[in-house]
Design a protein around this ligand. Structure first.
Ligand code: CDP
Length: 202
């Protein structure tokens, strides 16, 4: 019987790091669902209609080297507001959630729409300034040239789009456990997440 961990939250809150650590700890598969929206956005920036891009996504699209760039992130939150795009990506995510011994999915709507029956739901947050600082540091480390203020503006814009859209807006599921990582080290956040999951698994 599969065991699903849903990890939702806004941009750069630490979902990916926590999800990878949980998957490693419990021996589960991990799906970064943001990559599906980023890959759809990258093909849309190439000129394809977003609905067609989402319907035609293949493994090679998820390997593109530009998926972590700021323009692709901004476009991802635009295409993610299109119901037909979300509908195309739904079945793949649900199949992944029930595959093997267990799965961790991270995104915006995993606990609310994709896997409302997930055994554990986490909502990972941090203040916009701290999230922007983390994303800025990541972008600089990756060689990008950018200003902190521009990254903060992008975080605010994406938060507004992700929380304000009509279809599957970002919000915690009623039974989600919140982890605010603003004042936590990476290790502390991981320990807390592992404890929450372990309490349900045992
Ligand atoms: O890594 P980061 O948190 O910055 O973003 P991401 O998880 O890669 O997601 C990029 C964009 O895809 C988000 O801003 C959302 O608009 C969208 N997304 C979504 O709508 N639903 C999901 N389950 C995952 C991502």
């Amino acid at each position: 019987m599969g065991f699903t961990i849903a990890v939702d939250g806004p941009a750069a809150a630490g979902k990916g790091t926590i999800s990878r650590a949980l998957a490693g700890h419990f021996g589960f598969g991990h799906l970064d669902t943001g990559l599906l929206y980023r890959a759809t956005a990258a093909r849309a920036l190439d000129g394809m209609a977003p609905e067609d891009a989402a319907a035609a996504l293949g493994p090679a699209d998820l390997e593109r080297s530009d998926l972590r760039t700021a323009p692709v992130a901004a476009k991802a939150s635009e295409v993610a507001a299109i119901p037909a795009v979300r509908a195309s990506l739904l079945a793949f995510q649900r199949d992944f959630a029930r595959r093997g011994a267990g799965a961790v999915l991270d995104g915006r709507d995993i606990g609310t729409v994709i896997c409302p029956e997930a055994e554990v739901k986490l909502f990972v947050t941090a203040s916009p300034e701290i999230r922007a600082r983390r994303r800025f540091d990541e972008l600089i480390a990756a060689g990008a040239e950018t200003e902190f203020e521009a990254v903060l503006a992008d975080v605010h814009a994406r938060d507004a789009r992700d929380m304000g859209r009509a279809d599957a807006p970002l919000r915690p599921a009623p039974d989600a456990v919140e982890i605010d990582t603003s004042d936590l080290s990476v290790e502390e956040a991981i320990v807390r997440a592992v404890q929450i999951v372990a309490a349900v698994r045992s």
